[in-house]
Structures are given as structure tokens and as C-alpha cells.
Design a protein around this ligand. Structure first.
Ligand SMILES: Nc1nc2c(ncn2[C@@H]2O[C@H](COP(=O)(O)OP(=O)(O)O)[C@@H](O)[C@H]2O)c(=O)[nH]1
Ligand SMILES: [Mg+2]
Length: 475
């Protein structure tokens, strides 16, 4: 069988493509066909399907070239531009199972359709103006969201609420562009509103706003991927025990032998609490215990711990109840005393003479807060899960500082978004240095092009249309 490959134009081609769009396994398997030949493919496979009403499910018998029935299936056809891709498209809902899916796909390929490239349906949706690039990526964020904040943010991106600010800023730029274009043609006339300095002043607040949006990626990453949390402390403090308790699984080896954990072990977990942001995703890192050592591998492990702690959003500094202060404080010093990012965890409080509820526990907590300057401290007995819920609550509360956001507050979650915003900012900064209207206009047009990532395309016609509709040139 001859399988068609994507031609050299790859994503830019306008042929008909097919791909499974549901995950493997399950009772139903969904295929999507998109492109100009779609209706021919449907007619060929489902000969009993006449007068299909678009966007309505119909039951059809799918037949191969030999006339044999492949499946008793459901189908929905979509006429352009009213489909996900903006092209003629069809979705086949087959009985699950790799044999049926494979047989129907082979049949579709035999009809001259090509296997879709990764993300090609979304690409076509963007090309046909059904989605912006940003919205296409939002679908990915939505699917990979692991917590309510990430889910809410991705939904806002998909609905366009996240890009509202970009439409507003682009509007300011387009208006300045219209005036600049007019300034090119009427530079011999002394028209006040076309003065270059005046136009530049309109651009300055746009630059400031974009630059501030670019910094939201820090929060966006924490929302989308999780708050990075490092469990650190001296050997045998109970870091691995605590790590496993947070994860709810035996992920890290626990041992009374000091120096057991030598690598940084990393695991994402969504934790629930009862505070304002009632859940948060954490990327938790278990680390090698901090101490002076001659062991080469252990030394490397400790170096990794320090690096992980340096870049962590949050640190759980685990101290064994009854520890000598000097050694603990020396390692706290070595970490660079990150007091604002740290929650102190006093572990093994079950071993205190007067028990976990006794005064010595409170006294010790107080002393460690004084010595380290850390404001948050939680007593736990990790091995028996005691205090873990309180600790989780505290962690989520702290994470809330990053995860809480106003509805529709623009937060970037991906580097591509930051790149687009930063390129726009640099185009606009260049525009501020322009010494002629046409150079200024060219820089603005480039900046608008960058913002099309969020708002779709701006064509030259668009600008021309505005010149004639908004600006009274004939005076
Ligand atoms: N009594 C008591 N022992 C604990 C507690 N948490 C951990 N341990 C013990 O302390 C030892 C070291 O624990 P581990 O988690 O491997 O410490 P790490 O070196 O900091 O990772 C093990 O024998 C644990 O069973 C606790 O809350 N109470
Ligand atoms: Mg350990």
C-alpha cells in the first residue's frame, strides 16, 4: 500500500489529513479527517450516509474497498469554516480496539489522505484564524493542568480572556500606527497630532505594561508546573520520611544509616488543604543530608542539594528534635540562610521526653525560629504522619502568595509567550529612537506582528482601512 507522506511544504500543505484524536484504549476510538477531500472520504466509507447534517452525530456502516463492513460507527461531519480546523472535517467514533482503528485508518489512507503531523490540526486551526497560537498552546496547558489554578488559567486563555489586554495594547499601537502612516504622507504639513514625539508618548505606557506582563512567567510556571519545594537538612533528620509522607508513597529510601540519599529525587504532587487556594501542585525534591564529609559521591550529592535549595521556591528545613544547634546552624549558614523561603520542620517530636504535646516542643520551636530568623515552623513526627496535615496547610498557604490571582489577570505560562512579548518590547523601544515617521511605523508594525501570537494577524489592509475610516485626510 502506498502511504502518502507530507510533501516538502509540511505543515503548510493544504491536503487532507487523518489522525486518531482519542487516547489508546477505552470503549470508543475517535478519528479526525480534515481537509478538502473529507466529504469524498466520508461518502466512500459510509455509502449509506446520504444528506448528513453538519455537526450532528449519525450512525453509519463503514465499509472498506472490498465492501466488507469495518464497523458500525457514529460520524459527525463539519463544513468549513465551522470546524475545529476551519476546514471540511469529519470525526469517526469507532468501537475501541486497535484492530478496528487500524483498519479504518488504512482505508482512509488508501483514499489518498495523509497521516497528520503532530499538532497539525491545531496548526490548521491557527492558519485558518480559528485559534491564535496562544489559544492553541492553551489547549495543551489545559490537558496537562494538574491543579485548579492551572486549569482556570488555561480556560481563560482558551476563551480569549487572557489576551484581552493584548487587544487593548494593540489597539493603542494601531492608532499610533495610523497616525504615523498619515504623518509620512503629510510630513510637509504642520499637523500637531501627527508629531513624532506625541506618537512616541502613546507607545511608552504600552512598553511598560508589556514589560510587566513578561515578568508574570515566574508565577505562571508555578501555577502550570508547580511550586518547587526542596526538603533539606542534616543526615537522618527524616527528610526522606517526610518526602514520602508528602507524596503518599514510598518513593525515597528511608534508613537509619546517615548518607543514604545521595541524589536529588524529584516528584510532582498535588496537595489539598482548606485555605483560600485549597490546593497546589508542588514539585518536591528529596536531597542528600548536609554535613562535612570525605565521601566523594556524598559530596557531589550535597553540592546538588545546595544548588537545588538555591533555586527552590520553598525549602522545608528539617531538624531532628533535640539536635545540637552548632552543626545545624553551620549547614543553615552554608545554604545561605534562605529564611524568607523556608518553613522549619521540627521532626521526631515523638522522641521528646515530655511527648509531642509537651512544653519542650514549643520551647524548641521557639529557639529555632530565633536562631534562624524563619517565621514559619511546624512540629511533626513524619514516621507516624503526625503534623503532616498542618505542614501541608502551611505550604499551601505560602504557595497561595504565588497561585492566587485576579480573574482575567494576565499570567504567562510559556517561554514562547515571553519571547513574543519581549520581542514586541524591543521593537517598541527601537520605535522610541526613530527619527522619522516611516521608521517609527515600521517598528510599530513589527511589534504588532509579535503580538499576533496572542491576537491573530494584523494585515496591511487592516491599517489601510483605518486610515480611510478614522482619519480625515481630505482636509
Ligand atoms: N522516632 C522517629 N523516627 C523517625 C521519624 N522520622 C524518621 N525517623 C527515622 O529516622 C531515620 C532517618 O530517616 P530518613 O527519612 O532516612 O532521614 P534522612 O536521612 O533525613 O532522609 C530512619 O530510621 C527513620 O525511621 C519520626 O518522626 N520519629
Ligand atoms: Mg534521605
Amino acid at each position: 500500500m502506498q502511504q502518502r507522506q507530507a510533501d516538502s511544504s509540511g505543515y503548510m500543505s493544504e491536503d487532507t489529513i487523518v489522525s486518531r484524536i482519542s487516547g489508546a484504549g477505552g470503549a470508543i476510538s475517535v478519528l479526525r479527517v480534515s481537509g478538502p477531500d473529507t466529504l469524498r472520504v466520508v461518502a466512500s466509507l459510509a455509502s449509506n450516509a446520504v444528506d448528513l447534517i453538519p455537526r450532528r452525530m449519525e450512525r453509519v456502516a463503514l465499509r472498506g474497498a472490498s465492501g466488507a463492513v469495518l464497523d458500525d460507527a457514529m460520524i459527525a461531519v463539519f463544513k468549513r469554516p465551522h470546524s475545529f480546523t476551519g476546514e471540511d472535517a469529519a470525526e469517526f467514533f469507532l468501537h475501541g480496539g486497535s484492530y478496528i482503528t487500524g483498519a479504518v485508518v488504512r482505508e482512509i489512507l488508501r483514499l489518498g489522505v495523509r497521516q497528520a503531523l503532530p499538532g497539525e490540526f491545531s496548526f490548521r486551526a491557527v492558519r485558518n484564524g480559528k485559534l491564535t497560537v496562544d489559544q492553541a498552546q492553551a489547549i495543551h496547558d489545559l490537558v496537562s493542568a494538574t491543579n485548579a489554578s492551572a486549569h482556570g488559567l488555561a480556560l481563560e486563555r482558551l476563551s480569549g480572556a487572557q489576551s484581552k489586554i493584548f487587544f487593548e495594547l494593540a489597539e493603542v499601537l494601531r492608532n499610533a500606527l495610523v497616525l504615523a502612516e498619515a504623518g509620512i504622507d503629510f510630513s510637509d504639513q504642520d499637523l500637531d497630532e501627527l508629531g513624532l514625539e506625541r506618537l512616541k508618548n502613546q507607545v511608552i505606557p504600552v512598553i511598560e505594561r508589556l514589560a510587566s506582563i513578561a515578568t508574570s512567567i515566574e508565577r505562571g510556571r508555578r501555577i502550570q508546573e508547580g511550586v518547587s519545594l526542596v526538603v533539606a537538612g542534616l543526615p537522618n533528620a527524616g527528610k526522606s520520611t517526610l518526602f514520602n509522607e508528602l507524596l503518599g508513597q514510598e518513593r525515597s529510601i528511608i534508613s537509619e544509616e546517615a548518607g543514604t540519599t545521595r541524589d536529588v529525587i524529584r516528584e510532582a504532587v498535588r496537595l489539598r488543604g482548606t485555605s483560600s487556594v485549597s490546593e497546589a501542585t508542588f514539585v518536591v525534591h528529596d536531597t542528600a543530608g548536609l554535613r562535612e564529609t570525605d565521601g566523594r559521591i556524598e559530596k557531589q550529592g550535597i553540592e546538588l542539594t545546595r544548588r537545588a535549595a538555591a533555586s527552590a521556591d520553598m525549602i522545608l528545613f528539617v531538624i531532628e528534635a533535640g539536635s545540637q544547634a552548632t552543626q545545624v546552624l553551620a549547614e543553615w549558614e552554608n545554604l545561605g540562610r534562605p529564611k524568607d523561603r523556608t518553613i522549619l520542620v521540627l521532626n521526631k517530636i515523638d522522641t521528646l521526653d515530655d511527648g509531642p504535646a509537651g512544653d519542650s516542643c514549643l520551647k524548641e520551636l521557639h529557639e529555632w525560629r530565633e536562631r534562624t530568623g524563619v517565621r514559619d515552623s511546624v512540629p511533626v513526627a513524619a514516621a507516624s504522619h503526625r503534623g503532616i496535615d498542618e505542614l501541608t496547610e502551611r505550604m499551601i498557604l505560602r504557595a497561595g502568595e504565588w497561585l492566587d490571582r485576579q480573574p482575567c489577570e494576565t499570567i504567562l505560562t510559556r517561554q514562547e509567550q515571553v519571547d513574543a512579548v519581549e520581542r514586541a518590547v524591543s521593537d517598541l523601544r527601537r520605535a522610541l529612537n526613530a527619527d522619522a515617521h516611516d521608521i517609527f511605523a515600521a517598528d510599530l508594525r513589527q511589534a504588532l506582528d509579535q503580538l499576533s501570537f496572542f491576537i491573530g494577524s494584523t494585515s496591511a489592509d487592516d491599517v489601510l482601512g483605518r486610515i480611510f475610516s478614522q482619519f480625515c485626510i481630505g482636509k
